[in-house]
Design a protein around this ligand. Structure first.
Ligand code: NAP
Length: 290
């Protein structure tokens, strides 16, 4: 069994991005990070993004509107960032506190600055296999992990668990694309799927993104399959200082006995998501300059 080490792969991508940014003519790429409220997970995600940007040489501009901000004011803030020629990428940290309409805010971000890849146009470009758009960071990270661990999807049955707009659907579309490394035969499972295990057992490549702790058991996986675990779930653990531990959607102890390659949680897909955000920001800068 080969462990797909997301930390090591992310570190090499960060090094590549750093030298690409250093070689850029003119001003450095700039990423606006908008965080509303003090949700502890959001605070730590934005800090991580700021830190990674600094490491690569990308300027980050953190904007912290008050939790009481009205929808119209937040949208005005996005309009101003859209119009600012010194900002290349805009990320609004999810989840936004209620009653803000998150989807409306995501759609407000100009498609050419939508480095999170949630804009309708960017999702549509994946379906059209148009590489000028931005692919959402987690699905892009999954594809990068597969490529860098030597997994070609051509001729393989790829089973995706989950059909969310931020992971399941885009990753299924990417695996389906008629291009090198992809070209898989794709099945997508969701809560309406009759017999999930019967389908996961047929998977040569299994991508789990359902948000259910250790849902995928050893007997649900075909021997030799490649397993990518996107899930991040908190489960109570009194032995930890925090009182919880992070586990994926895959029962790692059991499935690692069956799979040929597998990502751990933490240290698999997670580190790739931030890297792909930086890659998209660099792409936005290049597109703006061209
Ligand atoms: P989500 O929006 O809640 O979507 C979950 C999907 O799983 C839905 O399509 C749902 O089906 C399906 N599902 C739920 N229970 C199921 C079951 N028992 N059998 C079959 N399908 C089931 O979640 P998400 O945002 O895609 O996130 C999924 C997981 O990935 C979470 O653990 C999240 O924390 C993690 N995540 C990680 C990263 C990262 O950077 N590593 C990034 C994003 C998300 P329906 O559509 O029918 O409801």
């Amino acid at each position: 069994m080969q462990l797909i080490d997301g930390n090591a792969i992310a570190a090499s991508i960060i090094a590549e991005l750093k030298s690409q940014v250093a070689a850029l003519p003119g001003r450095k790429p700039c990423l606006a990070l908008v965080r509303v409220g003090e949700d502890p997970a959001s605070v730590s995600y934005v800090k991580k993004k700021e830190k990674t940007a600094a490491e690569i040489g990308i300027e980050s501009r953190v904007i912290l509107p008050p939790v009481t901000i009205a929808q119209a004011e937040l949208e005005k803030l996005i309009d101003d960032l859209n119009a600012d020629p010194t900002v290349d990428g805009i990320l609004v940290q999810s989840p936004l506190p209620k009653p803000l309409d998150e989807l409306a805010v995501f759609r407000r971000i100009a498609a050419h600055k939508d480095v999170d890849g949630f804009h309708t146009l960017n999702l549509g470009k994946i379906a059209q296999e148009d590489d000028t758009g931005f692919v959402a960071c987690t699905p892009a990270g999954v594809m990068e992990l597969l490529a860098r661990s030597g997994t070609d999807l051509k001729g393989k049955h790829v089973v995706v668990l989950g059909r969310s707009l931020i992971v399941g659907k885009p990753v299924a579309l990417l695996a389906l694309q008629k291009k090198a490394g992809a070209n898989g035969t794709v099945t997508v499972c969701h809560s309406g799927t009759a017999d999930v295990a019967a389908l996961t057992r047929q998977a040569d490549v299994l991508i789990a993104a359902i948000g259910r702790a250790e849902f995928v058991k050893g007997d649900m996986v075909k021997p030799g399959a490649v397993v990518i675990d996107v899930g991040i779930n908190r489960v109570a653990d009194a032995s930890k200082k925090t009182g919880y531990k992070l586990v994926g959607d895959v029962d790692f102890a059991a499935v690692s006995q069956v799979a040929s390659k597998i990502t751990p949680v933490p240290g698999g897909v997670g580190p790739m998501t931030v890297c792909m955000l930086m890659q998209n920001t660099l792409k936005a800068r290049r597109l703006a300059a061209a």
